[in-house]
Design a protein around this ligand. Sequence first.
Ligand code: BGC
Length: 398
Amino acid sequence: MKKLVTLLLALTLVLGVFAFAGCGNDDAATDSDVTDVADDAVEDATDDVADDEMTEEDSSDGGVDIGIVLPTKEEPRWVQDEARFLAAIENTNYNVEVLFSQGDSAKEKQNVETLIAKGIDVLIITPQDGDAAAAAVQAAKEEGITVISYDRLVTNTEAVDYYITFNSVNVGEAQGQYLIDQVEDGTTGNSLYLYAGAATDNNAFLFFEGAWNKLQPKIADGTFDVMNSSKAVEYKDKATLTREEMGEIIEQVTTDWKPEVALSKAQSHITSAPPTGKTYILAPNDGTARSIYDQFAKEEGVEIFITGQDAEIPSIQYVIDGKQSMTVLKDVRDLVNGAILTATEVLEGNEIKTNGEYDNGAVAVPAIDVPVITVTLDNVSDTIIGSGYYDSSEFTGL
Ligand code: BGC
């Protein structure tokens, strides 16, 4: 039964990857790499099902097998991950427990300790703060637990075995490219406001790096004027920024992933550099995008082009309503399936197939990299409803 579920998960992952493969992602981990890995995973899972005919695998001993620690219940993104995890694990013999850290690294460490005490063999963790989580995962590692970093990388420790992630540089590139595509050819001096995620989250750097890859040439040639970051202006001629340089820009425009911080930053930027006419805004995710949009939309005569990511239900409604211009769909079903497949393979002693690696500052962590897709008003029906990601009844005006 367990093996059959593994096969189904592998198949779902493959189907998800195929669904994305036609969507024009071109980056370090290519679609074919991802597809090959998923293909291999299916083959392995199929072999495992055949093995099962002969030797029925041990089932759970009643303790918790897989512990999952997510950063906060305050953002729809992570509540959705929990729901998708619970759905994915429902038909397996494994016991799973999900705990939330509520934005607090101390609570996160406590959660990991609670799960260690419950006898987990695999820990899946999305760190609140990449560096701060190192101590927690080291404690797990010392108990022989396999550690899977999920979506966000735990940094500066050797105690991470695998990283299951969306391609975060691609997310930033999709956001930057979207803004560029909205600019009228040949125009210069278009106002660009930059916002970023929390500096404690490695992903914030990857998103920014991707956006900078696309936007920098257009800032350097005068297409865009950055309105709210003196550091971005200072570095406008640098195609590649060091982590420190990115950190300096992020420090000026961070939202800390909090809509309320995004709101107050937007208010102060509107006061110091009032928007007029076409206004381009790099918002790092959906929660902050809605907050920033609502502030800029109060200004007379502005036409807003604003990015996001996560395809949160309220932001899909914003896209339908013509408020938020785009979001990036990171299909959580694929990420969850990748994580659960990896966890179950670990529990069954099988080899893990990966398709990339990420340097976490201490070690190159083997990774499974999942592609992403840009969602706009033009393709929202296909990508969000047609794909079965959300039901149309969640929305009005479709
Ligand atoms: C995730 C995003 C999320 C953000 C804030 C990032 O690490 O990749 O999907 O919006 O954290 O929680």
